[in-house]
Ligand binder design. Sequence first.
Ligand SMILES: [Zn+2]
Length: 203
Amino acid sequence: MEYCSLCGKGTERMIPKGDTHHRYVCSSCGKIHYSNPKIIVGSIPIWEKKKVLLCKRSIEPGFGLWTLPSGFMENHESAEEGAIRETREEARANIQIQNLHTIYSIPHLSQVYLLFSSILMDSNFSPGEETLEVKLFGKDEIPWDQIAFSSVAFSLRHIWDKNREQIEDKPERTVYSGCFIKSDQKEESESIKKAKLNRPISS
Ligand SMILES: [Zn+2]
């Protein structure tokens, strides 16, 4: 940020007193311009405990690849509301949120994904503006080589109940936490862990 959004004067990149990170600080009015990670919220819409709803993207990044309905959280909404909204926008689908299923961090992009397992309420779904196609996939039908984002692949890998066909109905309030490590783009972090929601997420 070259110019201050408050007064329009030039900014300077520096560590403000008492801070730990470089910030853009206005050299005139002193406003500190913080830049923090973006939160992406989305749903894992599950149909009759066996299939999951995916959207084929009509926009970049990931044009023509499959994703869970998700997008940037808006101001003044809860994470759950954002997930429901994104699912309506991208898949024109109605869901009921069950619980937080995935926390996935992408530090080099400063992004955090929050994906909620959800019940797909009916089969009235269709492509939204950013979607080419919406489709239900069973466990053996997931197009693993055509998944748009590592966060989505991570989440999908963890929705089925162990090696059974059925998607976890009562997932014991398990949250799956993953992290994309840039130095090794083939695999997610080994810090993947399960955590119970009613306990602190420990490392
Ligand atoms: Zn200023």
